[in-house]
Design a protein around this ligand. Structure first.
Ligand code: C2E
Ligand code: MG
Ligand code: MG
Ligand code: MG
Length: 285
């Protein structure tokens, strides 16, 4: 199908294309209402110290529940939220919810929140975080912000300034999905990160492939050289867990150790199991 828009100007479109546009508009409208309609949920995935085998924190992972039982995963709506600017409103909700939830936990674990690169395009990120800390009363040292490595590439001076302000508040900064993008080693030196999370893809052939093993070992060494706390994400089995402990990776996260779960389930687990520790047999106990 095509439409004549005047002399020699033809716009071609297919019914699928317009359908896609309509669906996008509809989703954008619905997402814009998600906060006021109270449709956002935070799931928590535990993180363990690999040195002690004890849980010491959790990552907040966002879900959208426009109507039960539908649960929309972040990869299907965060990009739209970023393109439309809705991410700021959503992220304010996430930060506030995560800080309040963490105050309800029976242990003073830290809570880790993912920050979108778009939030670094504005000047007010540190002020927004400071406000949330003040309003909720969560001690700054219990909040960690995860930032994907690509964020640092575009406007390094501006990003550095914002990161320094965040550091001054006392929050921890961690590079997320390290090794999945284009950042060079230099930026680990340039930016004031406290931690590094290895991209999940490095776990795929680990520990069996010699090459995967060397690369993971290399990233851990690199992180240590920059005095960063190294976390492996995507740990799915006992062999990976044991080998990461053997090569002195600091922290671990993954389905083997615990899946992301609703906030209430996370508290329930903490209350019933107490301080979860990985037993000698390697099973989360
Ligand atoms: P991420 O920050 O790298 O989070 C880790 C993702 O890996 C999560 O997916 C988690 O459920 C999944 N995962 C954890 N352990 C395993 C494992 O052992 N195996 C496998 N295959 N996957 C594992 P999820 O929850 O779908 O989140 C996807 C991404 O969405 C996150 O990646 C993060 O970049 C983004 N995201 C999530 N919540 C937020 C948020 O509140 N704000 C922003 N800006 N982004 C968020
Ligand atoms: Mg993350
Ligand atoms: Mg990650
Ligand atoms: Mg990611």
């Amino acid at each position: 199908q095509s439409k004549n828009l005047g002399r020699n100007r033809w716009v071609f479109y297919s019914p699928e294309m317009s359908e896609q546009l309509v669906r996008r508009r509809e989703m954008e409208r619905a997402l814009g209402q998600a906060v006021v309609r109270d449709e956002l949920r935070l799931f928590y995935q535990p993180r363990y110290s690999l040195h002690s085998g004890i849980m010491d924190g959790a990552e907040a992972l966002l879900r959208w529940q426009p109507s039960p039982p539908a649960l929309v995963m972040p990869d299907s709506f965060i990009p739209l939220a970023e393109e439309t600017g809705l991410i700021i409103q959503i992220s304010d909700w996430v930060l506030q919810r995560a800080c309040r939830d963490a105050l309800n936990w029976p242990k003073p674990f830290y809570v880790s929140v993912n920050i979108s690169p778009v939030e670094f395009c504005r000047d007010d990120l540190a002020e927004r975080v400071a406000t949330v800390l003040r309003v909720t009363g969560l001690p700054a040292e219990r909040l960690e912000l995860e930032i994907t490595e690509n964020v640092t590439l575009e406007k390094p001076d501006k990003v550095l300034r914002i990161m320094q302000r965040l550091k001054a508040l006392g929050v921890r900064l961690t590079v997320d999905d390290f090794g999945s993008g284009y950042a060079s080693l230099g930026y680990l030196k340039t930016f004031p990160f406290d931690g590094l999370k290895m991209d999940r893809s490095y776990m795929r052939d680990f520990p069996h492939s010699q090459q995967a093993h060397s690369i993971v070992n290399g990233i851990i060494g690199l992180g240590k050289a920059f005095s960063l706390v190294i976390t492996a994400e995507g740990i799915e089995n006992a062999e990976q867990f044991a080998e990461l402990q053997a090569i002195a990776c600091d922290e671990g996260q993954g389905y083997y150790l615990g899946r992301p779960m609703p906030a209430a389930d996370f508290i329930h687990m903490l209350e019933t199991v107490g301080q979860k520790q990985i037993s000698e047999t390697g099973q989360p106990g």
